[in-house]
Every structure is written in structure tokens, then in C-alpha cells.
Design a protein around this ligand. Structure first.
Ligand SMILES: Nc1ncnc2c1ncn2[C@@H]1O[C@H](COP(=O)(O)OP(=O)(O)OP(=O)(O)O)[C@@H](O)[C@H]1O
Length: 245
């Protein structure tokens, strides 16, 4: 995306939500998007998902045949599982909506449940799972139609600190195994550094790029990487960009 711009309009009022955001995301990247509340992170995700258009700049995704309905998977802050469907049927929802062949989709959903550590929970109802397990089911749901791009809006914001740490590790494992491109919005600077292969830092409204840089830390990432000086340097760099230091 180059110099992306988004204006919200309501009758004769205009609100500039995103101004001049430029970044290149490559297949297989894990981009963390960090910035203060209201700076336009969700707006950017909505533009990437095809839910919103943009008013200026250019956005090119995945060559000519990219179809957001088919090629994007979404994970939200809350799992948003349908309470009357089993976990397996919740995971299958995007495949059902897209009319994908049922048998192959069921096999894929079972594989994904295994991948997110929910093997054996396919026939449970959402209320039988903890918050973290429900969120893992929603990650499986975002992957079931084999999207090219997975967009996550504060996916772990509603979880307690320990579950969140565990989900971060799960997330990295899922990313490594799925070879997909992820864009993850987070309010946590530590999480942005821990998860990202790249980090986009946005400053307050309208969203403006403060910086976009690769994060080079020991791979595969494990929690102890958070205690290394290099991790601290990245965190410090983001604090500085956000004017917290
Ligand atoms: N549909 C809309 N119509 C008008 N203004 C909107 C709309 N959606 C968002 N905004 C405004 O655009 C700005 C950016 O909103 P956005 O939700 O993208 O921010 P954010 O960085 O994701 O915030 P948070 O971190 O708090 O979730 C905010 O000031 C918000 O009030």
C-alpha cells in the first residue's frame, strides 16, 4: 500500500481516519500493527479486508486475482462463535458461506482443530470451552477456507495475561505451520515485537506511518527472547516513535 488515505463521511461532515500509510507486505510475513487507540488500525484492517474502500493512494494485494471474500480470514477481539453450532460447525462457517465442498472442508476443519490444539473438541458447544480455547477455534475458522491473508484485530485483548502469553506462542506455531500472511493489530508493544516479522507503528489520528521495520530476533521465538537486550531495544524504539519516552 502506498500513501493510503481514508476519510469517513457522514452527511456534510468529513473525518480523516488514515493519512499517508505506506508499507510493503510480502507473502508469509507476520506484520504487527501498533499505535494508540483511535489511530486508525481497525480502519486499515477493514480496508485490507475489502470491507471499506479508500479515498487516496494505492492498494495492491496478491496480484490480479485476489478476492477478499475468498482470500481473507478474519479474527476479532471476541471469538464470536455461534452458540447454537458445534465447534466443528463454527469452524466450517466460512466454507459453508463460500459453498466449498463439504467433505474436503470437514477434513480441513478437523486438521485445523488439531493444529490449534482442539483435537477432540469438534462436537462440543462453544460454552463448553474456555475463552482461550474459543479464540483458538476462531483462528481455525479464519483458516478453514485456505485464505491467503489473515487479519486479526486485537485477537488476544480479552484474555488474561498468562493465557495471552500462551496464545502468542500458539499463534507463532500456527503461523510457522500455515505459511500464510498475517496482519495483527495489537495495543501491546511487547506483543507487537514478540509476534511480528515486521512491525508497523502508527501515530495518533489520523493514522500516519511512524515507521515500518523488520524484527530480527532469535527463531523460533520462545518467551525467553523477551529478556534479551535486542527485544528491549525494539520495544524502546516503538516507545520513542509513539512519544512515550
Ligand atoms: N464508520 C466510521 N465512521 C466515522 N468515523 C469512524 C468510523 N470508524 C472509525 N471511525 C473513526 O476513525 C478513527 C479511527 O478508528 P479505528 O477504529 O480505525 O481506530 P483504532 O486504531 O482501531 O482504535 P482502537 O485501538 O481504539 O480500536 C477513530 O477516531 C474513529 O472514531
Amino acid at each position: 500500500m502506498q500513501q493510503l488515505r481514508k476519510v469517513y463521511r457522514k452527511r456534510d461532515e468529513e473525518f480523516l481516519a488514515v493519512s499517508d500509510v505506506t508499507m510493503d507486505i510480502y507473502e508469509g510475513d507476520m506484520v504487527s500493527l501498533v499505535g494508540p487507540s483511535g489511530c486508525g488500525k481497525s480502519t486499515l484492517l477493514k480496508i485490507l479486508s475489502g470491507l471499506h474502500g479508500h479515498d487516496g493512494g494505492t492498494l495492491e494485494i496478491g496480484g490480479g486475482d485476489f478476492n477478499p471474500g475468498r482470500d481473507v480470514g478474519m479474527v476479532f477481539q471476541q471469538p464470536l462463535l455461534l452458540k447454537w453450532r458445534t465447534i466443528l460447525d463454527n469452524v466450517l462457517l466460512p466454507a459453508d458461506i463460500l459453498g466449498l465442498p463439504r467433505k474436503a472442508a470437514r477434513e480441513r476443519a478437523q486438521d485445523l482443530l488439531q493444529m490449534v490444539g482442539l483435537h477432540g473438541y469438534a462436537d462440543k458447544m462453544p460454552y463448553e470451552l474456555s475463552g482461550g480455547m474459543q479464540q483458538r477455534a476462531s483462528i481455525a475458522r479464519a483458516l478453514v477456507h485456505d485464505p491467503k491473508l489473515v487479519l486479526m484485530d486485537e485477537p488476544f485483548g480479552a484474555l488474561d495475561a498468562l493465557t495471552r502469553e500462551k496464545m502468542n506462542l500458539e499463534m507463532l506455531r500456527i503461523w510457522e505451520q500455515s505459511h500464510k500472511t498475517f496482519v495483527v493489530v495489537t495495543h501491546s508493544i511487547q506483543e507487537a515485537v514478540f509476534l511480528g516479522s515486521h512491525c508497523a507503528v502508527l501515530t495518533a489520528g489520523p493514522a500516519r506511518m511512524a515507521d515500518f521495520f523488520p524484527i530480527e530476533l532469535e527463531e523460533p521465538r520462545r518467551l525467553h527472547v523477551k529478556t534479551t537486550p535486542k527485544f528491549g531495544e525494539y520495544v524502546g524504539r516503538i516507545y520513542e516513535l509513539l512519544g512515550v519516552e
